[in-house]
Structures are given as C-alpha cells and as structure tokens.
Design a protein around this ligand. Structure first.
Ligand SMILES: C[S@@+](CC[C@H](N)C(=O)[O-])C[C@H]1O[C@@H](n2cnc3c(N)ncnc32)[C@H](O)[C@@H]1O
Length: 263
C-alpha cells in the first residue's frame, strides 16, 4: 500500500496493486461504490494472510490468547449501519476485545447513533463506564470535516440505539469537538479507547494523540476505518505517525486496528 497524501497517486497505485478481472466486472455492472472499496478489501485480505507488510495483521486469538483458553460468550445487537459500515464480524471482534479486557472504562470518540457504545456496554462488566463523545448537537463547527464525515454527522441521531436498553445506565454521552475537548479528567483511565470520529489526517492524528493520554498503561486503542485506500486512507498515516507501525495490528481482514500501550 502506498501511503501518500496524493489521492490520485494512491488510487493509481491501488489499482496496480490489487485490481483484477472482478474489479472491472464490478465497474461494468455499475457498482462504482463497490469498486471503490474493492482495493482496500483485497489489501486487507492479503495482509491477513501475509501477517505483515507496513503494519501487522493478527487473529483475535493471537491478540488475546486468554480468549482461546476460556472462550467467552458475547452478546451483539447487530443494528443496521444507516450509512456506517455494519459488518457483524467487526462488532464481534469489538465484543471479544471487550470481554478480554473486562474494562472499567471504555472511551469512544464518535457516537453516531450509539451502536458501538451499546455493544461495549453489552459485553463489559456491570460496573463499567462507557463514555462516548460526539460533536455538539447545536452549533458544531463542521468546517474541518471531510465530505463523507459531514454527511454522517448530518444523519446522526445521538443515543438512538442505546436509549431505553437494559445496559444504557453504563453509557455516558459526552458532547464536544474531539480536537478541542478537555481529556485531562480521563487521563490514564481507559482500558479501551475506540477511535471512530472524523477521518481526516488532522482529526485522526489529534484523536490518536488524545487516546494515548486517556489509555491506561496496558490498555488498548482500537481504530475503525483502518486499511483503506479510499477517502478514509489518511487514518493510516495519522496512526502510523503516532505509534510504531510494527505495534499496530489489523484484526484479521477487518478495518479494525489495535495498539496496546506498554504496561
Ligand atoms: C462513523 S460515525 C461513528 C459510528 C459509531 N462508532 C458506530 O459504529 O456506531 C462517526 C461519528 O463521529 C462524529 N465526529 C466527527 N468528527 C468529530 C469530532 N471532531 N469530534 C467528535 N465527534 C466527531 C460524527 O458526528 C459521527 O457521529
């Protein structure tokens, strides 16, 4: 994968690296969205088999060997994404990581409708706090968002998926722009930080730097939308500018990446 700011160059490289007959078949069928995602899907599948390229890939059992020794039961509410990626395997991996970490605190950046916050709540101990941050409902500065992020922000319905659920008492909704938010009260407290907010380089980098502060030693940081060539490609550059590339693990062939902060 070519990590460059230049989107055109990245796309040409993506085609050279991953395209095949099926890619062109998608285009001929008029599936432009599917064709756009195809190089990323192929690359992540490749990396899951190769194990290492710029970053690593590992199975959830390699990342959390304790899961193989004592397999947990997970609970999922597989809610339709309504504009966000809604792969059930990614929710399952988040749930398994939550079981393995048995967190007292999860800090999420990017609530949208509360789907992942709900699934963290469903799989964490009863005393866990799930903090989830999204832009203010009124008067948020959205000028810094890319067009895909802006479209999502306009369609969010904060808390809709967790309100009224039996675990909603664990979830604390926070409002603020993650670039300006005061993370200091949570410094070193979170067992899991999940980054799924804005996807431009600047936001993803700022969120990663703040996650490194909020995460406790031995805790984990998870990113969504990692391993893409497309509009969210800058997440990769931002992450790898903050943490060593060979300590970042793509989970299997998904868009989830994991880093464990040294204990
Ligand atoms: C992809 S959605 C989150 C999806 C959610 N984690 C899930 O899977 O259910 C991204 C969310 O991040 C929020 N967001 C974007 N930029 C942000 C920022 N700078 N600070 C806080 N939230 C932001 C958007 O409003 C949007 O609701």
């Amino acid at each position: 994968m070519l990590l460059t700011k230049n989107k055109r160059l990245r796309q040409v490289f993506a085609l050279a690296e991953t395209s095949n007959f099926l890619f062109f078949k998608l285009l001929f069928k008029g599936q432009r969205g599917g064709a756009r995602e195809y190089p990323g899907v192929i690359y992540r599948e490749y990396l899951a088999r190769a194990g290492k390229d710029i970053w690593r890939s590992a199975s959830i059992f390699e990342l959390f060997p304790e899961l193989a020794e004592k397999p947990p039961r997970i609970v999922l509410e597989h809610i339709p994404g309504q504009g966000i990626h809604d792969a059930v395997d990614e929710l399952a991996y988040l749930a398994l990581a939550t079981k393995a970490m048995a967190p007292s605190m999860v800090f999420e950046i990017g609530t949208f409708r509360g789907r992942t916050a709900l699934n963290f709540a469903l799989n964490s101990p009863s005393s866990a706090r799930i903090l989830t941050l999204d832009l203010p409902l009124q008067g948020a500065d959205t000028g810094h968002l890319g067009s895909a992020d802006l479209a999502l922000t306009q369609r969010r319905q904060i808390g809709r998926e967790y309100e009224g659920k039996d675990v909603s008492n664990k979830i604390e909704q926070l409002f603020g722009d993650s670039r300006l938010f005061d993370f200091s009260p949570y410094e070193g407290m979170a067992d899991i930080v999940f980054i799924d907010g804005g996807h431009t380089y600047d936001i993803a980098r700022s969120d990663t730097m703040n996650a490194l502060r909020v995460c406790r030693p031995g805790g984990i940081i998870l990113w969504h939308d990692f391993g893409n060539y497309g509009v969210y490609a800058d997440v990769i550059r931002a992450v790898l500018d903050c943490v060593p590339a060979d300590e970042v693990y793509q989970i299997d062939a998904t868009q989830l990446a994991l880093y464990r902060k040294p204990a």
